[in-house]
Design a protein around this ligand. Structure first.
Ligand code: ADP
Length: 247
């Protein structure tokens, strides 16, 4: 990634009007698919993603079952209308890779040993993509897993940081992803203080690398509050949400 034009103006504003440490607007809805055991919808800036969780349920084909723990299966898919140009609906190499890293990001949070010989399926469907869709997908998947009543050690909150105009910025958008200097998506288990996903596209020196991690974790903590509020709102209504805000 080599940046060819400036993406931060003289007032410190980015291409979408945010300042460098500002997250895009994030909204999460819980339990929107009645067929699923758990589900969530996330709007992360212009990203729109729906997640459905099924399970724990019987594994098919049976030989894939594990005797000591549950099999977690994730499918990340971008709909043909989710990008500017029509995207081929067949799974691309990118989607296969993102499905794998999302599974690995979620696995440490799930108590898989509680469901031996079973499977949990997580379907992540991107309806509109605007950069950072894997992070937004993880955020919604974690909420959908909790909504499905799956035993979990922690939530998984994900957010990217990156380098634009040689500055470390929070939550890279599509333009910054394509034209900026670096993109580092991170998934974080806020209560266990563990990172379960760290990818880097671009070049950073060690100071920038550490600063990206610190910034991304700050973003993840903000996302965590939004995830918590969304779950509380579904299960306890607005009253509990007000109590949480007052704390
Ligand atoms: P992420 O969405 O997690 O940042 P990438 O960095 O691979 O993943 O992609 C960045 C953005 O590029 C996506 O959010 C999407 O807006 C765009 N994009 C990805 N794949 C395609 C595609 N096949 N066609 C058009 N745009 C795409």
């Amino acid at each position: 990634m080599v940046q060819t034009r400036s993406l931060i103006d003289e007032n410190g504003k980015r291409t979408d009007g945010r300042v460098i440490d500002e997250l895009r607007d994030v909204k999460i809805g819980v339990g929107i698919i009645k067929n699923a055991d758990g589900s969530a919808f996330i709007e992360f800036g212009k990203n729109k993603i729906i997640v459905a969780v099924y399970g724990p349920r019987e594994v098919h084909p049976k030989h894939m079952a594990l005797t000591d723990k549950c099999v977690l299966r994730c499918r990340y898919h971008m709909s043909p209308f989710s990008t500017d140009t029509r995207k081929n609906p067949a799974p691309s190499r990118r989607e296969v890779e993102i499905s794998k890293v999302i599974r690995e990001a979620l696995e440490p949070a799930i108590i898989l040993e509680d469901y031996p010989r079973a499977a949990i399926d997580v379907f992540i469907e991107v309806l509109e993509a605007d950069g950072g869709s894997r992070c937004a997908g993880i955020d919604a998947a974690s909420v959908a897993l909790a909504d499905a009543g799956i035993n979990m050690r922690d939530m998984v909150s994900a957010c990217a940081a990156g380098k634009v105009d040689d500055k470390i910025v929070l939550d890279i958008n599509d333009t910054e992803d394509k034209e900026g200097g670096a993109d580092m998506p991170i998934a974080y288990l806020p209560n266990l203080n563990q990172i379960s996903l760290l990818q880097l596209d671009g070049i950073l020196d060690s100071t920038q690398f550490n600063s990206c991690i610190d910034n991304a974790i700050k973003g993840c903590l903000k996302i965590y509050e939004i995830q918590r509020t969304a779950l509380m709102q579904k299960y306890f209504g607005n009253e509990k949400e007000m109590e949480l805000k007052e704390e």
